[in-house]
Ligand binder design. Structure first.
Ligand SMILES: [Zn+2]
Length: 503
């Protein structure tokens, strides 16, 4: 064994050890959210905090710094294979970010965020922004300290974006979002003025939760979700968690008065899970085994949920399977059902928004986050800014802050820079679908026949298998031949809703 081979083996072992800590955290966190006894939660939180601290120490250790440096020497680099080169690069990226944060400041931030999330939950329940404001103010303060330590990029907010969507910039997002906003605001108004609105009355019934679960499991199977490498459980908020390559779990939520909420939640999380289950096995157990960015991850969930799951061919194929699980309750045509699942209506709450107005909810949050970090907007300014933007972009005014500025958990948890990923996911998905239609000309006939395997394989070959071997930019260019272009999403939404609403 040469020196660099030994160094490489040590580096791989340390990376693996950190991954193992993360795996333990992921399984404990999953257990906390899927029914761990309430009385054990405090002790569990302590265990989780300690594991996170240990993993943080290992990933910022002097040993890690030395191993990285050694493997970055010319001679070592020449001997590394593609995967090891990328692994060194990815670990370096995370190391540089983490090592700049003093351990004491990191611990303070972790404590603050857990307090802030609790304060947010109570404040939202009581519609009491004043009690949450000091926490939000502090979270913004800590985030600003982190930006200073990480080093501001082109703008201060760029530094935050970089964490969730590497290589994306505020300048690029400004241009993408302004063209999206300019197209979607008038389209949303035209839809509001249309007399041809889908009927949703037949949805006002109660639907057996057991039958909903049965249908959700059936659809996961249709998508190609591997039940031997995962499971479906029930939680208040659906999520997917990749524990390791052979254990990617998802959750959903069954609502008796909504026949498709659990289904679309399941399909969405199933899309995330297909990504994590189909990363190339040679990346298993390394820091490259996972989605390359939040935006690309969301493209996979939204592709399945919206592009496929809210399409006409999908419902012409699967409506009978849904109908048969609720005898006598859905006496309508597949076409009527398809239309009912594609209503557009400006609304207050992001997570309940339709495919079109959803993007406007994101643009509002993006613009506000930019104001906070690039223009110095204060926590106390946010309710008024929020309400003004909802009036301007969606034509509605939140009646209170619980349904306005306090609706999302993200800011209380310091997740600034995360929101753009959701809309980027919609844009990546639309662009990939456009290419898929060219490369797989029978795509929609396949959906209409319920043969979804070739679609999953297309995504695995171009997205899933790479894990973090490619950057988001390399993924979208590799899959579609072009960098991200928001016009595909606009084209898709315009075509879909012009048809449904006869614009
Ligand atoms: Zn998602």
């Amino acid at each position: 064994m040469s020196t660099y081979e030994r160094t490489l083996a040590d580096f791989r072992a340390l990376d693996r050890k950190i991954r193992n800590y993360h795996e333990a955290q992921a399984i404990l966190a999953w257990d906390l959210r899927t029914g761990a006894p309430r009385k054990g939660m405090d002790a569990r939180s302590e265990v989780l905090g300690q594991l996170a601290g240990e993993a943080f120490k290992l990933s910022t250790s002097a040993e890690m710094g030395e191993l990285l440096q050694a493997l970055e020497q010319k001679e070592a680099q020449a001997g590394l294979g593609e995967i090891d080169l990328k692994l060194v690069h990815e670990v370096r990226r995370q190391y540089d970010r983490s090592v700049k944060i003093p351990a004491k400041l990191y611990e303070e931030a972790v404590v603050l965020i857990s307090q802030s999330e609790s304060a947010w939950e109570v404040a939202r329940g009581n519609n009491d922004f004043a009690s949450f404001e000091p926490f939000l103010d502090k979270v913004i303060g800590y985030t600003n300290q982190f930006i200073d330590l990480w080093g501001p990029k082109a703008t201060r907010y760029d530094t935050l974006i970089d964490d969730y969507e590497p290589d994306m910039s505020v300048a690029e997002l400004d241009s993408i979002f302004s063209s999206l906003r300019d197209e979607l605001v008038p389209l949303s108004s035209a839809i509001a003025d249309s007399p041809n609105k889908p009927s949703r009355e037949f949805l006002n019934q109660l639907f057996d939760k057991g039958a909903q679960k049965d249908f959700s499991l059936f659809m996961l199977g249709q998508m190609g979700y591997d039940f031997e490498a995962g499971r479906l459980d029930e939680t208040a908020h659906p999520f997917a968690t990749g524990i390791n390559l052979g254990d990617v779990r998802i959750t959903t939520r069954y609502l008796a008065d909504d026949v498709t909420s659990a289904l679309f939640g399941t399909i969405h999380e199933g899309g995330h899970a297909l990504y994590e289950q189909n990363v190339s096995p040679e990346l298993a157990g390394t820091s490259l085994c996972g989605g390359t960015s939040m935006g690309i991850h969301e493209s996979q969930s939204r592709f399945w949920e919206n592009t496929i799951g809210r399409s006409r061919p999908f419902w012409h194929r699967y409506f009978g399977d849904l109908q048969s699980r609720f005898p006598g309750q859905l006496n309508i045509s597949p076409e009527e059902f398809y239309r009912s699942q594609n209503t557009v209506q400006p609304s207050l709450i992001r997570i309940e928004a339709d495919e079109l107005t959803y993007n406007l909810h994101i643009i509002i949050r993006y613009e506000i986050e930019k104001m906070i970090f690039n223009e110095g907007a204060k926590a106390s300014d946010l309710p008024a800014i929020w309400n003004d933007k909802y009036r301007e972009y969606l034509g509605i005014t939140p009646p209170d802050n619980a349904q306005g500025v306090m609706q999302d958990v993200h800011w209380s948890a310091g997740l600034f820079g995360y929101f753009p990923s959701y809309s980027l996911g919609n844009m990546y998905a639309a662009q990939m679908a456009d290419t898929m239609e060219d490369q797989l000309p029978e795509m929609w006939e396949l959906v209409a026949r319920g043969e979804l395997t070739p679609i999953k394989s297309w995504l695995t070959d171009r997205v899933h298998k790479y894990g973090k071997l490619k950057t988001p930019k390399e993924i979208i260019v590799g899959a579609t031949g072009k960098p991200l272009d928001p016009s595909y999403l606009v084209k898709y939404l315009r075509a879909k809703y012009t048809d449904i609403y006869k614009l």
